[in-house]
Design a protein around this ligand. Sequence first.
Ligand SMILES: [Zn+2]
Length: 467
Amino acid sequence: MDVKIRFLGAAKSVTGSKYLLQIDDKKILVDCGMFQGQKELRLRNWDKLPIDPQQIDVVVITHAHIDHTGYLPRLVKDGYSGKIICTAATEDLMQIMLLDAGKLQEEEALFAARKGYSKHENPKPLFTMDDARLVMQLVESHSFNSEFNLLPNVSAKFHIAGHILGAAIVELKITGKEQQKKIVFSGDLGRYDDPIMFDPTALNEADVLLTESTYGDRLNPMTNVEGQLAAIINETYANEGIVVIPAFAVGRTQSLIYYLHRLIESKKIPSLPIYVDSPMAISVTNLYEKHGGQHKIKVAETRHELISIFDAPNIHFCNTNESSKALNTMKKPAVIVSASGMATGGRVLHHLYHRLRNENDTVLFAGYQAEGSRGRDILEGEKNIKIFGEDVPVRCKVREVHGLSAHADQSELLRWLSNFKKAPKTTFIVHGEEATAIAFSKIIQQKLNWSTTIPEYLQSVELFSGI
Ligand SMILES: [Zn+2]
C-alpha cells in the first residue's frame, strides 16, 4: 500500500485548508476550505481543482470555519457525490455558515453588478445558497472519541480540539498488509484554560502529523482580556462614542458576550447596551444550548430563574434589517458586535461605513486579521478604506484586544505537540503564513528536536510505500 499527500491549500497560508490523501487508488480529502484574504489567494478559489471531484472517495471536515469548509459547495457542484464526514456540532454549524456564506456571495455579486464596481461584466458568486444546501445532503456526523470506518482499510476518530464548537483533531489509521500507520491532522487547535471551550485533547502517537501554525510565532497572554476590554470601552464611553467590534459569529461573538456580561456585572464598565448585529450569532448561540456538553458555559441561576448569559438584559440581538439599520444613526454610547470578523463582508461593513469617519467612535479588533483583509488594512493605519466601492476616511480610534483568540499560541501549540511520546516520522507545518511557519518550525526543532517540513501549495509528498 502506498500513501501520498497533496497540499491543495493552507500551505504557507492560513486559508483554503485542503489536504488530499491518496492511499493506493483511494482518495480522502481532509477539509475543503475557501481561500480568503489577499486577492492572489482569493483567485485560487476560481482555479480548477487539480483533481476531478468525482475521483474523491470521501471528505472529512475538522471544523465548520469557512476556510475549512467553504469550498464544499463548489466541490459538490463540480461532481463530488460521496460522504462528508464531521462531528454533529460541525454539521449544525456548517448548515448555518455555508448558507450564510452562499447568501453573502450572492449579495456581493448582485451589489457589485448594481454598483458597477466589479471589473467583470456579470460578477458571479463562487457559490449560492442552493449549492450550500446540496452539500448538507451528503453530511454524515460521528461522535467524538469513537472510531469508525472511513474506507475498508482506513478508520477515523475525532478528538476535541477546543477552538470552536464541534472542532476536531482528526486521527486516521491506515491498515496495510504489513503495518498500521497513524496520520493526525490537528485541525485548528483552541487555547488551554479557555473560559468557554475545553482544552485540545492530548494525543501521544502519530507517524505523520499536520499541525496548524496560525500563531506559531507569537505568544498571546490570556490573563487580562477583561482589563483590556474595560479600558477601551471606558475610553469610548468617556468620548460618548460607540465601539464597533468586527467579530466572527461563531465562537468570538459568544466569548465577547461572556466577557462584556462579566464586565457589566462586576461594574467595571457602565451598564451600556450591547447589540449583537448578526442573525447568524443567534442561531449559533442556540447551538451552544443544543450541544451543551461541548463547552463550559453553564446556565446561571439568577433571581430564582434560570438565565443564560446570552439572555442577560443588556444583550440585544438584531433580528431584522431594520433593527440593524437603526444602529447607523444611534448617538448614545453602546457596543456593536457584528460579523464578519475581518471586515471582509457582512453587516459590519455598514457599521464601519458609518463609524470609521467619526472621531469619537472606536473600531476594536478582537481577533486575527489576515493579510489583505480590510481589518488588517484598518489595523495597520490605512487612512482610507474602500467599502461598497467608496473611499471611507478613517478618523475613529482603532484598538485591538489580545488574548481572545480561538487559536492556541506558540506555547500552547508546543504544549500540545509535547504530548507525543516520540517525534512523528514527518511533521508538516501548515495553516500559517510563511514567516510564521518558518519561525514555528525553528522553535519545534529547538525545543522538541523534531525535523519538520513546510509544504508548498500544490506540493505532493510520498508518506509511506509498501506498507
Ligand atoms: Zn478555524
